[in-house]
Design a protein around this ligand. Structure first.
Ligand SMILES: [Zn+2]
Length: 282
């Protein structure tokens, strides 16, 4: 499942490879996009920039046209040198953007829309995202304010469910949700109303530091950008990259207790925690 940082990396790699270049070809399996392309050809336009906003990846074309894609669970953007063999079958291709040296291919992307600057502001859910933890302009105090406000208006929502809500804070995914709750010592099933101001501050601060550390480690600049190397424990051993995520039944790296896992929220996402390091609190 693509996390916010994966999409950030995809956007950054695409910006590096095809930003500023002219589109030499556009192909899509999505009828809605094809209709726009018939009316106002994408080929010939310049790719002005590629950016991520939370889990959305936006490609800005000259002539006031913006392609917004959301990866949901299964989608990904790949970058290939012209002529390079794709790593997924053509049947899963949804969009191909070609430049003279590159092909950016969106596979299995379930949500893709064209916008103008104006309709993007007005219609889409993109502007309604919470502060984006991965954007260079993100400020911790802004995130704290948003999370505090959310705890006040949605006191009964469980902490780890709130962390996944992109309208509260944009950019966090299922892996980091569990890792952050562990690092802060907060039981992921606690209600938002039980969080102290200090805990809220630490959640945002640690979320910001984790996301930054994983984004700047340089590993995302390869040609295939959909795989991230997530690291939260500072260990160099690949097996010891994460504190609790995916470690159900194993010993806590800090205290030795057995890591627990339970499905959480309406989407039944897996949540991992240590009952000793993250005590329950009403
Ligand atoms: Zn523990």
């Amino acid at each position: 499942m693509p996390e916010g940082d994966t999409i950030y990396r995809s956007a950054r790699a695409m910006q590096k490879a095809i930003g500023g270049q002219a589109v030499t070809g556009f192909e899509t399996a999505l009828a809605k996009l094809a209709r726009v392309n018939d009316d106002a050809s994408i080929a010939g336009r310049t790719i002005e920039k590629v950016e991520s906003r939370g889990k959305w990846l936006l490609v800005y074309f000259s002539g006031d046209l913006i392609l917004a894609t959301h990866m949901l669970m299964s989608g990904s953007w790949h970058l290939y040198r012209t002529g390079e063999r794709w790593q997924m079958p053509r049947s899963r291709m949804r969009i191909v953007l070609s430049t003279s040296g590159w092909q950016a291919v969106a596979f299995n992307v379930p949500v893709a829309e064209f916008y103008t600057a104006r309709t993007l502001e007005r219609d889409s859910q993109i502007p309604r995202l919470g502060p984006d933890i991965l954007s260079s302009g993100f400020r911790v105090d802004q995130g704290v304010e948003r999370l505090t406000e959310y705890a006040r208006t949605s006191p009964d929502v469980e902490v780890a469910v709130a962390l996944l809500n992109q309208r509260v804070l944009a950019g966090l995914g299922n892996v980091y949700k569990s890792e952050i709750a562990f690092a802060v010592g907060v039981h992921p099933f606690r209600r938002m109303s039980t969080l102290t101001p200090r805990e809220i501050e630490r959640i945002v601060d640690i979320a910001h530091r984790y996301m930054k550390a994983n984004v700047i480690d340089g590993k995302g600049d390869g040609i295939v950008t959909y795989l991230g190397n997530r690291r939260t424990t500072h260990s160099t051993d690949r097996e010891e990259r994460l504190w609790v995520y995916g470690r159900q039944g194993q010993e806590c790296r800090r205290c030795g207790m057995t890591i627990q896992m339970r499905k959480q929220g309406t989407q039944a996402r897996s949540t991992y925690w240590c009952p000793e390091c993250q005590p329950w609190k009403e």
